[in-house]
Design a protein around this ligand. Sequence first.
Ligand SMILES: C[S@@+](CC[C@H](N)C(=O)[O-])C[C@H]1O[C@@H](n2cnc3c(N)ncnc32)[C@H](O)[C@@H]1O
Length: 204
Amino acid sequence: MSSTNFWDTRFGQEEFVYGREPNAFLAEHHLVFPKGARVLSLGEGEGRNAVFLARQGYDVTALDSSEAGMRKLSTLASQGGVLVSQRLEDMSRADLGVSRWNGIVNIFAHLPFAERQELYVKIRAALKGGGVFLSECFSPRQLDYESGGPRDANLLIELDELLKAFEGFEILLAEETGVTLDEGPFHQGPASVIRFVARKPVSD
Ligand SMILES: C[S@@+](CC[C@H](N)C(=O)[O-])C[C@H]1O[C@@H](n2cnc3c(N)ncnc32)[C@H](O)[C@@H]1O
């Protein structure tokens, strides 16, 4: 099954499988984006994070390759009374632009190693000076847990690769940590995550 079909199948039920509430890490740290910031959410899924950000007053674009996810995002956005721009695209092929976003978010959207190194290069370029990349993803230690995430080590992220990819950025937060997930039926219980927030230099 292609990964798009995997996500369309997972999202093809009425329930919001990661919940309707935003990811806790994003909710805690969103103020790192300036008021009214233009924010791109990669691998947005069913819309919980994009709708949350739009409700905080950000100008949000959600990018995901799952049509079923984007349909649910539309529902959640209209229920929340907000507008979220949508891009139905593969993030590893998408043109993210140059100096275009004040913020880029990736919450639990995992790519194979080589593809995500290319994505990091695009994220660096796509952020405006002073713009922030914020991400929470699973580390390889997540393979010890049953609380969610890919079962393929090639999709799991080491902190060092992010520190290397975002060299020259101001690192606001970079940690591998244990958390207890409570985000719908597929993210439940103890987990090992990488949390990363980095700001592009204004002069870049
Ligand atoms: C675990 S879900 C997380 C969804 C959302 N970020 C959240 O926190 O609720 C992973 C998401 O990444 C998306 N995704 C995976 N690979 C992708 C790709 N290559 N391009 C775009 N989206 C992708 C899936 O469609 C899915 O929505």
